[in-house]
Design a protein around this ligand. Sequence first.
Ligand SMILES: O=P(O)(O)OC[C@H]1O[C@H](OP(=O)(O)OP(=O)(O)O)[C@H](O)[C@@H]1O
Ligand SMILES: Nc1ncnc2[nH]cnc12
Length: 190
Amino acid sequence: MSGATLSTERPAVSANDDLKALIRTIPDFPKPGIMFRDITTLLLDAEGFAACIERMAAAVNGPIDLVAGIEARGFLFAAALAAPLNAGVLLIRKDGKLPGATIAEDYALEYGTDRIAMHADACAPGARVLLVDDLIATGGTARAAVRLLRKAGAIVSQVQFVVDLPELGGADALREDGLEVTSLVAFEGH
Ligand SMILES: O=P(O)(O)OC[C@H]1O[C@H](OP(=O)(O)OP(=O)(O)O)[C@H](O)[C@@H]1O
Ligand SMILES: Nc1ncnc2[nH]cnc12
C-alpha cells in the first residue's frame, strides 16, 4: 500500500516574482500612507521589460486590432505590446491634450472628478480593442476607459495590467462588468 508522501519540494515560486522584484516601492508618495509601486525600475531593466511584454502578449485572448493605452505610464506598455500583436496603438489621454475632435468620459477621484478623452475617429465601430495600463487600484480610470472605448463602438473584452492592487477592488469591479482582467503581479496594501 502506498501511503501519501510529503513533498520535500519548496513551494513553486510565482512565475512573475522576477518582475515583481524589479518594481520599486516608495512609501508615502505622493502623500502619506500611499505605497507607490514604481514601474520605472522595471522599465530600466532590458530583460525584465522584454519579459513583461512577452508575458502580457502570451496572455492576450483572441485577435485584436488595437491596443489602447492610458496616459501616461500605460502608453509605454501599450506601445510595446502592440508590435508583437501586430496591432495599432490608441491613446487615451487626460482631457485637453488631443488635437482632433474627441469624446470624453468623467470618473470619480478620491476628491472630485477627472476626465479622459480619445479621438472620436480613433477606432472603427466593431474594432477589437485590448485595454492596457501599468496599474489598477480603485479601477476608476480603467472603467472610464472601457466606457469611453465602448462609446466609440469598440469591442472591449479584456483589460491587462502589469500591477494589481487587489485590496482596492478595481480588478474585481472590472470582472463584475464582465471583462476578462489579467495582471502580472499583485501587491497587498495601497
Ligand atoms: O485604478 P485607479 O484608482 O483609477 O488608479 C490607477 C491609475 O492611476 C495611475 O495613473 P495616474 O493618474 O497617476 O497617471 P500617470 O500614469 O500619468 O502617472 C495609474 O497609471 C493608473 O492609470
Ligand atoms: N499605489 C500606487 N502606486 C503607483 N501608482 C498608483 N496609482 C494609483 N495608486 C498607485
